[in-house]
Design a binder for this molecule. Structure first.
Ligand code: FES
Length: 96
């Protein structure tokens, strides 16, 4: 997994790329410094979690962070500057 900052976003890549807001809904923690645990991006400050699939906290929690459309073209990753509608899936597959 790796991440990098781009206009306040952090992107995560394993075999799939996701783009989520870097700002935790709790107290603004840096989500890009968190870890993915059981499919959830986990904030390094107090442990709030967000599913990488859609940016929603797992039940019973209701917090949501913005997600962004991602495309992988010719080995380069492109992230939309506009957030997706709540709960939309931001992933893009990495080939090769
Ligand atoms: S700031 Fe993220 S859990 Fe508190």
């Amino acid at each position: 997994m790796w991440c990098w900052p781009a206009s306040g976003l952090r992107c995560f890549c394993a075999r799939t790329v996701y783009a989520l807001s870097n700002v935790c809904r709790h107290q603004g923690g840096p989500l890009g410094e968190g870890r993915i645990v059981d499919g959830c991006l986990t904030c390094p400050w107090h442990g709030y979690q967000y599913r990488v699939e859609d940016g929603c906290s797992p039940p019973p929690f209701t917090e949501v962070v913005s997600t962004y459309a991602v495309k992988v073209i010719g080995g380069e990753i492109y992230v939309s500057g506009e957030p997706l509608a709540r709960g939309k899936n931001p992933r893009a597959r990495v080939s090769g």
